[in-house]
Design a protein around this ligand. Structure first.
Ligand SMILES: Cc1cc2nc3c(=O)[nH]c(=O)nc-3n(C[C@H](O)[C@H](O)[C@H](O)COP(=O)(O)OP(=O)(O)OC[C@H]3O[C@@H](n4cnc5c(N)ncnc54)[C@H](O)[C@@H]3O)c2cc1C
Length: 205
């Protein structure tokens, strides 16, 4: 009985040791190599440009993300979110980086940077514009004013346009930027892409 018991214990210990050798802990560089293959820019501590890439407008905020994932498409965002969920890593999302709270960066987690998604589609006949989550207000104005049109934006030109909180010079006449949004494409935390408007998912609008 006693021998059998120590035999079981011994084989359990061996199993743990073997599995530790077969699956050594992977570094974030290894873990994120799949993301790189899919075109997501990955900047890790020590990489050239890391300190610039992690900086936000408020220089009092000095956080050091474990990795900065530069997404250039909805598919990239979905992949980055799946990765964060799988690896159980905390995330921060950065639009224009002008938030006062410092919530658009993170210590030790993954920063999803949307700066590369700065596409603007202007529909002059319908007087509407579609913007990516990396668009800044000055860039947006530069495009719309070339057609004598202007959205309500913030008074500062470097703020992310995507969240549409903006209160600017046109607000007394037309309300805030958020009052003028007609439709949003939203990637949920589980990676699903949904459209949000007064008709679709009105609870999120
Ligand atoms: C110098 C200065 C001038 C300002 N002037 C004005 C003004 O005139 N009018 C005005 O209304 N406001 C003004 N603000 C405030 C500004 O609009 C807000 O701080 C706004 O939240 C900044 O947005 P951002 O995308 O640049 O910031 P970020 O720091 O990138 O984001 C702010 C927050 O939103 C989250 N977030 C950003 N993008 C997304 C996304 N696509 N999906 C999910 N979460 C996201 C971030 O995680 C963070 O928590 C000013 C701020 C500064 C620093």
């Amino acid at each position: 009985m006693q021998l059998a018991a120590s035999g079981v214990l011994g084989s359990q210990i061996s199993k743990v040791a073997l599995s530790a050798i077969a699956e050594p802990p992977r570094s974030l560089a290894n873990l994120t190599s799949d993301l790189k293959r899919q075109g997501i820019s990955v900047i890790l501590p020590g990489d050239p440009g890391y300190d610039i890439a992690r900086s936000v407008w408020d220089r009092r905020v000095d956080k050091k993300p474990a990795a900065i994932l530069g997404c250039a498409s909805v598919a990239h965002i979905q992949e980055a979110l799946r990765f964060c969920a799988k690896e159980r890593l905390p995330i921060a999302i950065r639009g224009g980086g002008h938030g006062f709270s410092g919530h658009s960066t993170i210590d030790g987690g993954l920063l999803i940077d949307l700066a590369a998604m700065y596409e603007v589609k202007l529909d002059v006949p319908n007087r509407t514009v579609t913007v990516g989550p990396g668009v800044r207000t000055g860039y947006l104005l530069g495009i719309t004013t070339s057609k004598d049109l202007a959205p309500v934006t913030t008074t500062d030109n470097h703020i992310g346009a995507a969240l549409f909180a903006g209160q600017g010079y046109l607000s007394p006449l037309y309300g805030n930027m958020c009052d003028n949004v007609s439709r949003l494409e939203v990637v949920l935390a589980d990676g699903r892409l949904i459209t949000v408007s007064a008709e679709e998912h009105p609870d999120l609008f």
